[in-house]
Design a binder for this molecule. Structure first.
Ligand SMILES: [Fe+2]
Length: 256
């Protein structure tokens, strides 16, 4: 169908400064390459590629350039937002892509991309700065007649993991207050959790994509890497947006 749009979300790639350097025992260049190969094999002409933060582990312009090189075979307009591990200055040096506060037209849909890395606590949390909240509120008012999707790095809802709930979006209540007043918001997408979660903020689905690197085990008091043979696989999400304002998600896992 001509008006159907496809988005590809890849998140938490955690590329190291040197190719092949392990991140918690995993070659994250290889797992990202496996994600790219699987996404290409779907044969979908993606409209947009959403990169939702923690794209490299310790920053470094070369690592961002390597990331973009690995992603180069994929179709779709590129967009990226920073996560708590990212280095905005290095991202700017590697590419002139905008960094948050981006409104993307996608057919009748509008995609709002936010930077949630303000006021970090040094352990992984992040918040939406006041200017991001103001911009979000204005964008929601301007695009009141369009079905709308919001992308940010940090999960705006708790899950059932104490350690992860402590580093979720810092000003989630303020974010929820703004979003709740705008029924055209059809979905909220995030990364950060290194696991797939399907949550709800009121009537709005909140989906976190699995990382293209390691997965964290849900429902834990403390940090624990996923050991389930299926859920520990790297993954990504494909979203299908239709002209009636409906959105569906497909979570894919890869063997790597
Ligand atoms: Fe991450």
């Amino acid at each position: 169908m001509a008006d159907t749009r496809y988005l590809l979300q890849i998140t938490d790639c955690h590329l190291m400064s040197e190719p092949g350097q392990p991140f918690r025992g995993l070659n994250t260049d290889s797992t990202l390459q496996a994600v790219v190969a699987d996404a290409l094999a779907q044969g979908i002409e993606f409209d947009h590629l959403l990169l939702s933060g923690d794209l490299v582990h310790h920053g470094g312009t070369d690592a961002y350039r390597r990331l973009l090189d690995i992603l180069a075979p994929l179709p779709g307009e590129r967009h990226w937002i920073p996560g708590n591990h990212d280095e905005p200055a290095a991202m700017r040096a590697a590419s002139d892509l905008p960094l948050g506060r981006e409104c993307v037209a996608c057919g009748d849909w509008r995609l709002l991309l936010l930077d949630s890395t303000a006021n970090p606590d040094g352990r992984g949390s992040g918040s939406l700065a006041d200017d991001q909240l103001d911009w979000l509120e204005q964008a929601l008012a301007v695009h009141a007649r369009h079905p709308l999707l919001i992308l940010l790095h940090h999960n705006p809802l708790p899950t059932d993991s104490l350690w992860q709930d402590q580093i979720m979006l810092g000003n989630a209540a303020e974010f929820a207050r703004i979003v709740a007043a705008h029924p055209q918001v059809r979905a909220i997408l995030c990364g950060h959790l290194h696991q797939h979660q399907a949550l709800r903020l009121g009537d709005i689905p909140v989906w976190s994509a699995p990382a293209s690197s390691i997965q964290f085990k849900p429902g834990q008091a403390d940090f624990l890497i996923e050991d389930d043979p299926l859920d520990s696989r790297p993954g990504y999400c494909i979203y299908r947006l239709d002209a009636e304002g409906r959105i569906s998600v497909q979570v894919r896992r890869v063997n790597a």
